[in-house]
Design a protein around this ligand. Structure first.
Ligand SMILES: [Ca+2]
Length: 379
């Protein structure tokens, strides 16, 4: 959920004190304008809601009266409009972003989480062929291991954004449609589920369309419960990554340096992976990998505290993680949190690297994990 919207901020200048009448007139005009705007809002919200109900009745056979009652009870929430229209949260440099997600407290919570759900994590990871540490990391980054899954009623968030937020009304009307379909399919009361202000639900923060497509009933109890049922939560995240193309046993990312002869352009930090391991080495990136020379790869430059950049080489699985959130900072934070938690869990249980990648890839995992742990410990 990384939508951007134009800032709605209004600048106000200092007002001279002498033109009292003009101020009063202006204030009156502003009030009248507000009242008009509100009436206008209400009319356009009612119109959008009416059109949406028509569609749900015609296309999906919803009962008009019942759906009208449900959607009339949905609150158009100004907090939600402010949250989504606010200029996106300050774009943090990598070293600040990383400190939020890869720190001692979150790593320790992750180690406890892994210990508590070890059997489920292992079972899901094996069946889907996805690295266990990345499953743990995704729920760790998204919701602090299920502790922060959102406080808004999903029906309120999605009705607000579908009917009262024109810039992304189309997208959110689609999510509201998916939400109503999935609550019908799952036998849920649509006025109950909670989520983020943008309608992302459960420990893995699935928006409704992702829920319908990727969520699984992993413990086969007849319900896809992505809030509290950890088999379903982890199975759903694993299924999402698998369907997004996760390649079992392949590395995610490796640290790199640049040689003095480095002569390329600065990395775009995108995900098209136009380069390969070989072409990046030719450009002057120095790194160790288990990937063959023709493997698709991209270089990433991310801000270091105190200036300069650290460099990383991301592979196919790095891009797969970014399907969750299209940002190299997100994918790298998830990878590093996962590695740190995996090593912490191994140390705590006296086992060696639980669920580690197959032997062929072990050196790469160890190589990329070591500096992470060192940095994590120093913070
Ligand atoms: Ca279930």
């Amino acid at each position: 959920m990384t939508g951007r919207a134009p800032s709605t901020a209004v600048t106000t200048g200092a007002m001279p004190g002498r033109k009292l009448l003009r101020r009063l007139l202006a204030a009156g005009a502003a009030l009248a304008f507000c009242a008009l705007a509100h009436a206008d809002d209400r009319a356009s919200i009612a119109k959008a809601r009416g059109a949406f109900i028509d569609k749900m009745v015609v296309e999906h056979g919803f009962d008009r009266a019942a759906l009208t009652a449900t959607l009339s009870s949905a609150k158009i929430d100004r907090d939600i409009l402010e949250a989504i229209a606010r200029p996106v949260e300050r774009v943090l440099p990598w070293y600040e972003y990383r400190a939020i997600f890869v720190n001692d407290a979150r790593i320790a919570t992750g180690v406890r989480f892994w210990a508590e759900h070890a059997a489920t994590i292992q079972s899901v990871a094996e069946r889907y062929g996805v690295a266990p540490e990345i499953l743990v990391a995704i729920v760790g980054v998204e919701t602090y291991f299920g502790q922060r899954t959102g406080r808004y009623r999903v029906i309120d968030s999605l009705a607000t954004l579908a009917f009262a937020y024109p810039p992304r009304a189309r997208f959110f009307a689609g999510e509201l449609e998916s939400f109503l379909l999935l609550t019908r399919e799952e036998g849920l009361d649509p006025t109950v589920p909670l989520g983020s202000y943008a309608g992302a639900m459960g420990a893995g923060q699935f928006i409704p369309s992702s829920f319908r497509t990727y969520a699984v009933d992993d413990d086969a109890d007849g319900k896809r419960d992505i809030w509290k049922d950890w088999a379903d939560v982890l199975g759903s995240v694993a299924n999402y990554l698998k369907q997004s193309g996760w390649k079992t046993g392949e590395p995610v990312v490796d640290p790199a340096t640049r040689s003095a002869e480095w002569k390329g352009q600065e990395p775009s930090n995108g995900f098209d992976l136009r380069d390969t391991v070989g072409s990046l080495a030719e450009l002057g990136y120095v790194f160790t990998t288990t990937q063959p020379g023709d493997a698709p790869a991209a270089a990433y430059a991310l801000e270091k505290a105190g200036g300069g950049s650290e460099f990383w080489i991301g592979y196919h699985n790095f891009r797969v993680i970014a399907r969750y959130n299209r940002s190299p900072k997100y994918a790298l934070a998830a990878h590093q949190l996962g590695e740190a938690v995996r090593m912490g869990y191994a140390a705590a249980t006296g086992t060696s690297a639980p669920g580690a990648a197959p032997a062929a890839n072990a050196p790469a995992s160890a190589a990329s994990a070591a500096p992470v742990a060192a940095r994590g410990a120093s913070e």
